[in-house]
Design a protein around this ligand. Structure first.
Ligand code: FAD
Length: 498
């Protein structure tokens, strides 16, 4: 930390490679991923403690894959339970739509996991620290100034530091985003809900094993079974509700009455949250990038807000590492928003669409919705496996038809990602393909090259894409899949210089 920086700091090496603003779940994941890649990371948070109450309750198998990379799956385990799935039901309890968590995911991890956010954040902070990230707590960032070749970061206590890049993971009210005057595009959903977290006296009293979306026009309600002893109810506010008094003990007890004996639980928190769909118009301004809630916010009906932020971190980490290690140009960072924004936008849109189904309060419209969905179920529809997240769009680092999460085979008892580390993976159907000129490009970039003749488990990765040759990126997304590894085009060569 430099209390009085020299007036002309140009040509002086920045104090840090990266300053991560915000040590929430996204900032801690990013700090850990970057520090593990050997970068000099400072992560700062204006609070000294983790926010003690959960907001997120669910994460998916892709997040599990990131936790695998961070080596903390076993530590996170006690804070989690498996989610059997989510059901949309009528006020009378008839199932309108069932989304059941299948046990097959590309990553090999369970599709859907319920967790206690403060416990996960504790582990992530610990991983960031032991990975070598420097941590500064209890002082907020007040300003970031892009000076062209580095960023000057100013703190609320008048100290300053410098970094090559800044990533703002400072949450929905992001100071950095506001300071840069980056606007949020409203995806057209705004509903206040009362979030009520309970600690059950006896876990046998849990009102549901499934996440339930109760599409009751008189009171749309969500039930979320968090890890024992906790259970969450979310109640949509109606026009007649007073947002100031709905969280009172009497009001909460009355809302809980149809579901359970309110005396069988302690209310840990009852607070009104506004559920909305927002997305930042710029995710990168020069040397400053936005990630997590600072860049996008989604209604929680799919449980994807934090998951999306962790995917931001996963997308950024390998790219920032390549740029700072000099193996890619700064332009690689322009692919961050190109890739992530369409994926996040699709997820938010899906959550908004589901939200509109759940939040219907017009009894006639609700009756029509129920009749249509019940008829679809009677005709054999209305049940789906865990929805896979949308792929990355085609672009400089994703060829047409690629962009999904790669299958993760287990090779001689070791998961593929653990073998690959931060490298690209080239998977080939036969050993003969190794002499293909396209493969040489990846060999020169230290890719892990595997062929199904020598390593039969790799066939699963190829089969999942109906391909004989696949390149997987360090963030486990598929770069290209086809009959052969083609010669890289000029754009790809320019992005991955060595
Ligand atoms: C009711 C509810 C239910 C949800 N359910 C789910 C779910 O099931 N699954 C899911 O994936 N997501 C869910 N979410 C969303 C999820 O909680 C958020 O997406 C996630 O917490 C965002 O993480 P973040 O690290 O981006 O931001 P935050 O968690 O907000 O962390 C930001 C950090 O930045 C710090 N900070 C802020 N300003 C500054 C500054 N100027 N200087 C330094 N530090 C600063 C803050 O102190 C904080 O620690 C839910 C949200 C709500 C409200």
């Amino acid at each position: 930390m430099t209390p009085h920086p020299p007036p002309h700091i140009a040509n002086v090496a920045p104090d840090h490679d990266i300053v991560v603003v915000g040590f929430g779940p996204v900032g801690s994941t990013l700090a850990a991923l970057l520090a593990r890649r050997g970068l000099r990371v400072l992560v700062v948070d204006r609070e000294t403690e983790i926010f003690p109450l959960p907001r997120a309750a669910h994460f998916d198998h892709e997040v599990m894959r990131v936790l695998q990379e961070l080596g903390c799956v076993d530590e996170v385990g006690p804070a989690t339970i498996l989610n059997p799935g989510m059901e949309f039901v009528t006020a009378a309890g008839e199932v309108l739509l069932a989304v059941h968590s299948g046990d097959r995911t590309p990553s090999g991890w369970p599709a859907s996991i319920l967790f206690h956010q403060p416990d996960l954040e504790l582990v992530l902070r610990d991983v960031a620290e032991r990975s070598g990230a420097e941590i500064r707590l209890g002082v907020g960032v007040s300003n970031v100034t892009d000076r062209g070749d580095h960023v000057l970061i100013s703190f609320a206590d008048a100290t300053e530091t410098t970094a090559s890049y800044v990533v703002a993971c400072d949450g929905a009210r992001s100071t950095v985003r506001k300071q840069l005057d980056i606007s949020m595009l409203d995806l057209g959903f705004e509903e206040p809900w009362l979030v009520t977290d309970l600690v059950l006296a006896d876990d046998a009293d849990r009102p549901s094993a499934f996440t339930l979306q109760v599409c009751d026009p008189l009171r749309p309600t969500t039930l979320v079974p968090m890890p024992p002893p906790r259970f969450r109810f979310e109640f949509m506010l109606l026009p007649a509700d007073d947002p100031a008094s709905i969280s009172s003990p009497e009001s909460v007890a009355s809302l809980l009455t149809p579901w359970m004996n309110a005396g069988a639980a302690t209310v840990e928190r009852a607070a009104v949250y506004s559920f909305h769909g927002l997305i930042a118009t710029e995710w990168r301004r020069g040397r400053v990038l936005l990630a997590g809630d600072a860049a996008h916010q989604t209604p929680p009906f799919l449980g994807q807000g934090m998951c999306s932020g962790i995917r931001d971190a996963q997308n950024l980490a390998w790219k920032l590492a390549r740029v700072l290690h000099g193996t890619s140009p700064d332009a690689l960072l322009d692919t961050y928003q190109l890739e992530r924004e369409p994926q996040v936008r699709n997820i938010i849109q899906l959550a908004v669409d589901l939200g509109r189904v759940i939040c219907t309060t017009d009894p006639e419209a609700a009756a029509q919705r129920d009749a249509g969905m019940l008829a679809a179920r009677a005709a054999g529809g209305g049940t789906m496996g865990q929805a896979l997240m949308p792929s990355l769009p085609e672009g400089p680092l994703v060829t047409l038809g690629a962009g999904g999460q790669a299958h993760q085979p287990v090779i001689d008892g070791v998961r593929l990602d653990d073998l690959a580390g931060d490298r690209f993976v080239v998977a080939l159907r036969s050993a003969a393909q190794r002499s293909n000129p396209g493969v040489a490009f990846w060999s020169a970039r230290d890719a892990l090259i595997l062929d199904a003749d020598t390593t039969p488990e790799v066939a699963k990765l190829l089969d999942a894409l109906a391909a004989d040759a696949v390149v997987v990126r360090p963030d486990r997304y598929v770069l290209c899949a086809g009959a052969e590894i083609g010669e890289p085009d000029a754009t790809l060569r320019s992005m991955l210089t060595c």
